[in-house]
Design a protein around this ligand. Structure first.
Ligand code: MTE
Length: 320
């Protein structure tokens, strides 16, 4: 079954940042009410302290993004950049923005190798030269909160095409930079570093899967995974690995950080699925950051028309 096309929206219809800034108090109230529900293993309870605001002026603008998809009103830049999961820096969502300032993102290279014809190390400036598009995606965290984020990026496939994967390549493994000086220890975070993730090759080739280099028309803020991260909108947010330094094509399923930490709770696939609950909480509903009431979680996070065919014939309770 061929993937269906997703809808389009002109850039002019994206809600401007200042509209959200006026809603700041309302959004804060929503954040407190909508705090993350995850407990246990290592996800920590939400800590309702005042948001640490990070100056955005220093983040360079990215020119001429093209909008190719959308799914409703984006969350504010302020929400997206001050409510983060980036365990290398902190398990407190509100502390990540400040602590991630220590991440040095230049020079930066991404090594792409494994089962490929032409292994290659890309400098970040080469990565920024891929034609960048704006992708406004729903983002659903496994902790049952969600946002809508206007990413800037390009299809993962565009990068993989450059290295020419071999016929034996079946999976793609991703690795985050681990800088012991700037980041906290694995012990404090409760998960092993470097953070690793993976996709099946056909998932990575799907046009919705992108390498994101920015958001809201600006280069990626450190706390969101600068300078380049994965975004796979039909999967729980933890699949969208940040600050990538290595991509390896493999013939067997790669290890993934949360699966290693809790195999009965976090599967390799981790497709958003309201019918398969997390062992410790329901996945049927979610709280959109900025809203007070819960909304229904959609199969594949609302991208079923585009991606369901990737899982034809698979028992999604088994391959969760
Ligand atoms: N990538 C790395 N390297 N480290 C992390 O802790 N957290 C994941 C994912 N990618 C994480 C990561 C989780 S749990 C989520 S929900 C998203 O990043 C959060 O992305 P955001 O902070 O941009 O919203």
């Amino acid at each position: 079954m061929a993937a269906k096309k997703f809808s389009e929206l002109p850039a002019s219809e994206i809600t401007p940042e200042h509209v959200y800034l006026n809603r700041r108090n309302f959004i804060r109230a929503g954040l407190v009410a909508g705090s993350a529900v995850a407990t246990g293993l290592t996800y920590k309870f939400f800590n309702p302290q005042p948001a640490q605001q990070v100056a955005t002026a220093e983040i360079a603008k990215i020119e001429t993004p093209k909008v190719v998809s959308t799914v409703g009103e984006p969350n504010s830049f302020e929400d997206i950049t001050n409510y983060n999961n980036f365990y290398e820096f902190s398990t407190d969502k509100r502390a990540v923005a400040q602590k991630a300032r220590k991440l040095i993102t230049r020079p930066w290279t991404v090594e792409v190798g494994g089962l490929v014809q032409k292994p290659r190390t890309f400098d970040i400036d080469e990565i920024l030269k891929f034609p960048q598009e704006e992708r406004i995606y729903r983002f659903r965290c496994v902790e049952a909160w969600s946002m809508v984020i206007p990413w800037i990026g390009f299809p993962v496939k565009s990068l993989l095409d450059q290295v020419e994967p071999l016929g034996t390549a079946k999976y793609v493994a991703f690795e985050t930079r681990y800088d012991k000086g700037a980041m906290q220890s694995s012990f404090s975070a409760g998960i092993d570093f470097p953070y690793v993730e993976g996709l099946r090759l056909d998932e990575a080739y799907h046009p919705l899967a992108i390498l994101a280099t920015g958001l809201y028309g600006k280069q990626m803020p450190n706390q969101n995974g600068a300078p380049v991260r994965l975004v796979v909108p039909w999967k729980y947010g933890f699949k969208s690995i940040k600050s990538i330094v290595k991509i390896t094509l493999t013939d067997s399923e790669p290890s993934t950080t949360w699966n290693l930490a809790g195999p009965s709770e976090y599967g390799f696939y981790s497709n958003v699925n309201p019918q398969v609950d997390h062992p410790r909480w329901s996945q049927a509903t979610e709280r959109r950051i900025g809203e007070l009431s819960m909304r229904d979680t959609l199969m594949f996070n609302g991208y079923a028309d585009e991606v369901a065919h990737l899982y034809d014939g698979m028992d999604l309770k088994k391959y969760f």
